[in-house]
Design a protein around this ligand. Structure first.
Ligand SMILES: [Zn+2]
Length: 502
């Protein structure tokens, strides 16, 4: 007997439909899987056998051949377990094949016959258009993001069989639909003092400018970075679905409603590997932190401590907004457009209060030089975050709340979208001449900086982009005046003597 059951396999954040074909014939009892399965697929035999027996079904003691079609595509993961079990039940006559015609199956099986969630349920279901998809209950929310009306859940293999026969009901998962995602970003009002860092954060959010905070431990770099996603506009529907697909494929946690509606905040540790940062891995090519931060903030604390090769791997997403992973068998492109926020101490000892630094000049220079070069050049904004003074700490007045700053940010984003089709940080040199013309005085200031060697050609454009955002924030969408250029220059602190490549 023969059966063919639909399921899907994952590559990056793309679910691709596949058929699990099961043939049961005479011959020596055995079990063979063909069609480029990975290790997890090959191990499916033992899980499926135990699950069938635990569910009161029979394991046919015959020659079982399983083909995963199309055979050219590599299959990864454990999501094929349930489809394989259904295929064996159908091919051995334990369930009528016509009961299965409308269905696809995406779940791992426990040895006790329970349905278990799999990473990537949302993209897997998205790859199975026009069918009813059976998933494990913990996958219901994210599966419904991909296909709201055609998701069915059951706790065990036995319940799946009963529901398909019409002898039982699918689990009711509708109560989960009403749960909306809520924001849980800390508020900017918690940040006391720090006028420069606050302004820089606002500019970063409004113009999409990458930002580096330089300051001692405890000065509040992390505190401000964590509040940056709250300043960004909420995700559009399309962005929300993409972000959810990425988190689902990476097996990362999702909000109660299933759909990610707010800009993500990712803060990988400085020991993060290349694969953890940009994605990859053996068979399914999981998204990394750069993709998980898509639409939000990627925060690199102690940025100088990251492996240079890992920082270097961020160059492509920073330039193109996506990560491309090539393998001999397949290549994937993962979305990865994020706001980069870096933080670093000013020196190895951390500095602390003014005058408290115990590092010599050589050590300081060497420490900051780890950040020099092309990577440092990515940051449009580099601001010193000073220790909050005693007066500010004791001041009971709150800082300006996120909601008010976010209104200004949203207005500038609208303005720039209308003007150039994107954020100011992505204005090209030609576009700068059109959309960010300088007054004569402003041009003279920049010319002098160039002549003194304190500004490179690249830095010149970066200053102008930041200045455009600054002017937009003050409601001026015309020529950039001199004082705006001067503020933009101040927001790009030189880190050390040799740091002229700004
Ligand atoms: Zn020091």
């Amino acid at each position: 007997m023969f059966s063919s059951i639909r399921s899907a396999t994952l590559l990056g954040i793309q679910g691709t439909p596949i058929s699990v074909e099961v043939h049961i014939g005479s011959g020596l009892p055995g079990f063979t899987v063909v069609g480029l399965p990975d290790e997890a697929c090959r191990e499916a035999r033992d899980r499926v056998r135990a699950a069938l027996l635990s569910s009161g079904a029979e394991w046919p003691n015959k020659k079982i051949t399983v083909n995963l079609a199309p055979s050219s595509q590599r299959k990864g993961g454990v999501g094929l377990d349930l489809a394989l079990a259904m295929g064996i039940l159908a091919a051995s006559g334990q369930i009528p094949i016509d009961h299965l015609a409308e269905y696809s199956f995406v779940a791992e099986l426990g040895l006790d016959g329970s349905l278990r969630p799999v990473p990537g349920a949302a993209p897997l279901v998205a790859g199975l258009r026009d069918t009813r998809v059976v998933v494990a209950p913990p996958n219901a929310r994210e599966a419904k993001v991909a296909s709201p009306r055609s998701i069915h859940c059951a706790g065990t293999l036995r319940e799946v069989v009963l529901a398909l026969r019409g002898d039982g009901e699918w689990l009711d998962t509708s109560s989960q639909e009403s749960m909306k995602g809520t924001t849980h970003f800390a508020d900017m009002s918690d940040v006391r003092g720090q006028p420069t860092a606050r302004l820089a954060a606002e500019i970063a959010a409004a113009g999409g400018h990458h930002i580096l905070f330089v300051g001692s431990p405890g000065a509040g770099k992390t505190m401000i970075a964590e509040r940056l996603p709250g300043l960004l506009p909420p995700l559009t529907n399309e962005e929300a679905v993409t972000a959810t697909m990425i988190h689902s494929a990476a097996g990362a946690s999702l909000p109660p409603g299933g759909l990610i509606t707010f800009p993500p905040f990712r803060a990988p540790h400085h020991s993060a590997s290349m694969i953890a940062m940009v994605g990859g891995g053996s068979s399914v090519l999981r998204p990394g932190e750069a993709s998980l931060a898509h639409g939000g903030v990627l925060f690199l604390d102690e940025v100088g401590e990251f492996m240079p090769s890992v920082l270097d791997a961020l160059r492509q997403p920073l330039e193109e907004g996506e990560v491309r992973i090539a393998r001999a068998s397949a290549g994937v492109t993962l979305p990865a457009r994020f706001l980069l926020v870096g933080a670093t101490n000013p020196c190895p000892c951390g500095g602390g209060a003014p005058g408290a630094c115990v590092c010599n000049e050589t050590a300081r220079a060497r420490y900051l030089r780890r950040l020099s070069g092309p990577f440092l050049d990515r940051f449009d904004l580099r601001v010193a975050v000073a220790m909050t003074g005693v007066e500010e700490l004791l001041d009971v007045r709150e800082g300006e709340p996120t909601a008010i700053v976010q209104e200004r940010v949203a207005r500038v984003r609208q303005m720039s979208l209308h003007r150039s089709g994107g954020v100011n940080a992505r204005l090209s040199a030609q576009e700068l001449d059109t959309y960010a013309p300088l007054t004569n005085e402003a041009r003279n200031v920049l010319r002098r900086e160039l002549e003194l060697g304190r500004l490179t050609g690249r830095g010149y454009h970066r200053i102008r982009r930041v200045a455009r955002t600054l002017a937009d924030l003050s409601g001026n969408d015309g020529e950039i005046p001199e004082d705006t250029i001067r503020v933009a220059l101040l927001l790009r602190t030189r880190l050390h003597e040799r740091d002229v490549a700004i």
